[in-house]
Design a protein around this ligand. Structure first.
Ligand code: SF4
Length: 417
């Protein structure tokens, strides 16, 4: 039995957090300046869309899913979702989409409070999606396209891939290249191949550093939690392809490596190590983090934070390597692949148990619906728990039930040790 203790002073604060706040502030102010002065064209891009091409063409790049996550984390989302429902978007579809469109309809954004001077999300000149993650993003951008009168263009990606072979890579590579003429016309710039190579090289450097950051949690005790990861992944999500993101992760990595050398774990008295599959519950990050702290449990690895690791980037072959990188993602893959991937993660991070977050409005990032937890449990002996909830819509969450289920699960793990 694990004794609960108060979370006070137990969570190791990362010094790099201040630098990250500055880096993110610079990014959002830069975007705002681009949109309000017209000095730089603005592209909206899905989180695992071809951001490198957009940056190379001189666009300032905004990621609406990041805005959706901010709406969730600030707990604005639940009140905004009905606004989108009222214009015909079901409460069952992506709650990033419904929260973001709801925020637009209400004329609000968490950016205004977090970054004084910013009044709204940057108005786009073009919307660029990839359906590698889900169809919702195409419908999301389609709505803005009609509303704002800007083009929405993108990549129709293969999905559910076991192997990422030549044919899908060639298909997506050609689709990315086919976007270029229209993007050149909108940006007013020609795509400079050297600049594209540089941008892909920076994305690769960012991704490699981010992997090393996450890998520090293989140490016992781990210097990082999933909840830290969801915050510190910000630059990897919105700034990949920039020097600023690379510089930031060098600082964060050095701090974490020092903490490993010092034996300084993120959770004092770490006793249980968990894997989190699926989306975070943005509006409950703090509560979940503190609850696990009390239980001396660290969520040391996750599918979500690892989704911004793209080993395939190669500046020598930018288009094909981007296509491969954006197809190799966990969310694009078959259950057979996912099972093998999670087996590796269980071993590498010495996982005692897995939590699957079954997010009501994101079946694409919920992996508990087709027998995967049971198959993985019988193959590895590692127990699992499925939590019903949602990434943004707090009406789909029972806090009491979540708490009780987590406590019973941890107790089961401890008794089995
Ligand atoms: S993957 Fe899920 S959370 Fe992300 S945009 Fe698609 S439906 Fe929304």
């Amino acid at each position: 039995m694990i004794e609960e203790s108060k979370p006070k002073n137990m969570r190791k604060k990362l010094q790099a957090g201040e630098l990250m706040n500055q880096v993110m502030s610079d990014y959002f102010h830069g975007l705002d300046e681009a949109a309000t002065t017209g000095r730089q064209k603005v592209a909206w891009c899905t989180s695992v869309g071809p951001a490198e091409v957009l940056r190379s063409l001189g666009f300032a790049v905004h990621f609406p899913e990041n805005h959706g996550a901010l709406l969730g984390a600030t707990r604005m989302a639940t009140d905004l979702i009905p606004e989108a429902n009222a214009i015909g978007y079901s409460p069952d579809i992506c709650s990033y989409l419904t929260a973001d469109i709801g925020a637009y309809l209400k004329g609000v954004t968490p950016l205004a409070k977090a970054y004084p001077g910013i009044k709204s999300v940057p108005k786009p000149d073009v919307l660029v999606y990839s359906t590698n993650q889900c169809r919702d993003v195409q419908d999301w951008f389609g709505w803005y396209s009609r509303e704002l009168g800007v083009p929405s263009i993108g990549i129709k990606s293969p999905r559910n891939l076991n192997e990422v072979g030549d044919a899908p890579i060639e298909d997506v590579s050609r689709q990315i290249q086919a976007l270029v003429p229209q993007l050149e016309a909108i940006s007013g710039n020609r795509l400079d191949q050297d600049r594209l190579r540089e941008t892909v090289a920076l994305s690769k450097a960012c991704t490699e550093l981010w992997k090393q950051v996450l890998d520090t949690a293989k140490a016992i005790p781990a210097p990082l939690t999933f909840f830290d990861g969801t915050i510190h992944m910000g630059p990897a999500v919105v700034m990949r392809g920039t020097q600023a993101a690379v510089d930031y992760y060098k600082v964060l990595l050095a701090e974490l490596q020092q903490n490993v050398r010092d034996g300084a774990g993120a959770v004092e008295g770490e006793k249980v190590r968990l894997y989190w599959d699926g989306m975070p519950v943005w509006g409950r990050l703090r509560q979940h983090s503190e609850h696990f702290l009390q239980l001396k449990t660290n969520v040391v690895a996750s599918t979500y934070c690892s989704s911004w690791i793209f080993p395939a980037f190669d500046e020598r072959d930018p288009f094909r390597s981007m296509a491969q990188a954006y197809l190799e993602l966990f969310i694009v893959r078959s259950d057979e692949y996912k099972e093998q991937y999670m087996k590796r993660m269980i071993e590498e991070f010495r996982i005692d148990g897995i939590i699957y977050h079954d997010a009501k409005t994101c079946p694409n990032n919920s992996n508990s619906r087709y027998g995967l937890p049971k198959r993985l449990e019988s193959a590895t002996g590692v127990p699992s728990l499925v939590l019903s909830g949602d990434l943004n819509d707090l009406r789909c969450i029972s806090d009491e039930q979540t708490k009780t289920n987590i406590e019973a699960f941890i107790e089961q793990i401890v008794e089995g040790k």
